[in-house]
Design a binder for this molecule. Structure first.
Ligand code: NAP
Ligand code: MG
Length: 500
């Protein structure tokens, strides 16, 4: 196979990278107190990339102490907001300047395609630091209406030390989703990246220092959920936690909070999102491309993946044929090849978990409309599967698969489509395809989920809040002005005014 010149160039960059290996606490890279390390793999080759400090409760204590000290000193928490803006804008530019290096680092640590990593890190991550940096000096409090004898101020203050616990599917982007508003608000932070993908957030911490962030404001403790993650959840001196990950672990964070200092916990969790094709939709290339992306983008390792594709029976055959043709052209392979559309699954364990769901789908009676059994021996690769004849009670229609599996459920009419779409404990996302805007808006209003995209698959952008209803989330939202609410306290100052 011939590789494009860019593929070779990205492999060269990968070969020359210096990988971060220590935790980042109080402005410097430090080993774990215990001296222990864990390995991080390249899932596309199954080779060990290197070792990383195995942070646990002792390291979280150090990171929280540094964060608290910096918060109290006030060089960030009490500085002019224009200063926070300047630093975040510099950080945005530094990420852009280092985009290729960071994208390659992300790709080799996660198996994500270089094309996605370049888009996430070259464009979206800097946009987040820029947008929230710009918001830092444009976020106003309020004055409440009172009589002449009082002035009532409603102030927004940084919430304090925040713990940010991250998933592995969009490692640096999820870090930016949370860090950008937390830092813009003036908080100090302790980040726990996922154990599978610690490298990019460690490198980001160094760039943040270069941008002028004071030591102690951004700390990164790589480690495992049961130790470092739990230590954050239970810490008595962490004021707020924002978590993205599975619903199961999100529930643990509520327990940690209730058994420690009752810290507020923002939760962004799993989903089982529907994509609904109504009777009047046009099955064209736009729709099919969006439907395939909705299920298979990032190897389906996406919380808002629209795995349940609910299609009006009159359009089902046409849709299924077009989807199968599109999926068959999907290029699965070397993540560092810019033409690759799907890299590897994040770990061998996850690959096996997704494969088990495919087997369960078959054994419960779903029909395989597309599969490619070719196995790549060198890494944790999985080809997409398309199922037809899925029914709402099958395991694959109820549980989050988090892999490249698309299931078609056909329905007799639009009312049944809505009924099936609603039949889930999750509420993160939905897509609706129709030419009738009345029907589209009817669905948008009736679906209890945080984002509804119409005639496309979209999660919105930095300006629009993202989060889940039901078991997909708490009231917290990432993104948009609303994300700032996770990281501020509201204070009333009531001033008595002596009569003149
Ligand atoms: P996960 O297993 O819940 O892990 C998320 C984070 O929690 C990781 O840093 C993990 O550490 C930590 N953790 C695990 N067990 C813990 C415990 N007992 N106590 C404290 N922390 C613990 O989720 P994941 O597998 O990384 O990510 C996939 C999930 O994230 C999916 O369910 C997906 O839907 C969801 N997700 C949601 C959104 C959203 O915005 N709603 C976005 C992306 C992903 P380790 O890495 O050491 O396990
Ligand atoms: Mg890795």
């Amino acid at each position: 196979m011939t590789l494009s010149p860019d593929t070779n160039r990205f492999h060269d960059i990968a070969g020359r990278l210096t990988l971060p290996s220590n935790a980042f606490i109080d402005g410097a890279y430090v080993p774990a107190r215990s001296g222990r390390v864990f390995e991080t793999l390249n899932p596309a080759t199954s080779a060990v990339l290197g070792t990383v400090a195995h942070g646990d409760a002792a390291d979280v204590d150090l990171a929280v102490a540094a964060a608290r000290r910096s918060f109290k000193e006030g060089a960030w928490s009490r500085c002019a907001p224009e200063h926070r803006k300047d630093v975040l804008l510099r950080l945005a530019q530094l990420v852009r300047d280092h985009a290729e290096e960071l994208a390659v680092l992300e790709s080799i640590d996660s198996g994500k395609t270089i094309t996605d990593c370049l888009a996430e890190i070259g464009e979206h991550v800097p946009t987040f630091f820029q947008w929230y940096g710009e918001l830092a000096d444009k976020s106003f409090g309020k004055v409440a209406p009172t009589g002449e004898d009082a002035l009532a101020l409603i102030l927004k203050e940084p919430a304090g030390v925040v713990g940010l616990v991250l998933p592995w599917n969009f490692p640096l982007l999820m870090a930016a989703w949370k860090l950008a508003p937390a830092l813009a608000s003036g908080c100090s932070t302790v980040v726990k990246p996922a154990e599978q993908t610690p490298l990019s957030s460690l490198r980001l911490a160094e760039l943040a220092m270069e941008a002028g962030l004071p030591a102690g404001v951004l700390n990164v403790v790589p480690g495992f959920g049961e130790t470092a993650g739990q230590a954050i959840g239970r810490h008595m001196d962490i004021d707020v936690v924002s978590f993205t990950g599975s619903t199961e672990v999100g529930a643990l964070f509520l327990r940690y909070a209730s058994e420690s200092n009752l810290k507020p916990v923002g939760l962004e969790m799993g989903g089982k999102s529907p994509l609904v094709i109504l009777d009047d939709a046009v099955i064209d290339d736009h729709l099919v491309t969006n439907a395939v992306n909705a299920a298979c983008w990032n190897g389906g390792q996406n919380c808002s993946a629209n795995m349940r594709q609910i299609v009006h029976a009159s359009l089902k055959d046409e849709f299924l044929q077009a989807v199968v043709e599109k999926v068959a052209t999907f290029k699965v392979g070397d993540p560092l090849d810019p033409e690759t559309q799907m890299g590897s699954m994040v770990t061998d364990e996850h690959l096996r978990r997704v494969s088990r769901y495919v087997e369960t789908g078959k054994s419960e009676g779903a029909r395989v409309a597309y599969a490619d059994e070719k196995v790549r021996p060198d890494g944790f690769f999985l080809n997409p599967t398309v199922f037809d004849g899925v029914t709402r009670n099958m395991t694959i229609a109820r549980e989050e698969i988090f892999g490249p599996v698309l299931g078609v459920i056909d329905v007799a009419d639009n009312a049944e489509a809505l009924d099936v779409a609603l039949d889930t404990p999750y509420g993160l996302h939905a897509s609706v395809f129709t030419r009738d805007m009345d029907k589209a808006m009817h669905f948008a209003r009736r679906l209890p989920c945080g984002t509804v995209s119409i005639n496309c698959f979209s999660e919105g952008d930095v300006k629009t809040p993202f989060g889940g209803y039901k078991q997909s989330g708490s009231l917290a939202r990432d993104n948009g002005v609303e994300a700032m609410d996770q990281y501020v306290q509201t204070k009333t100052v009531w001033v008595y005014l002596r009569p003149m």
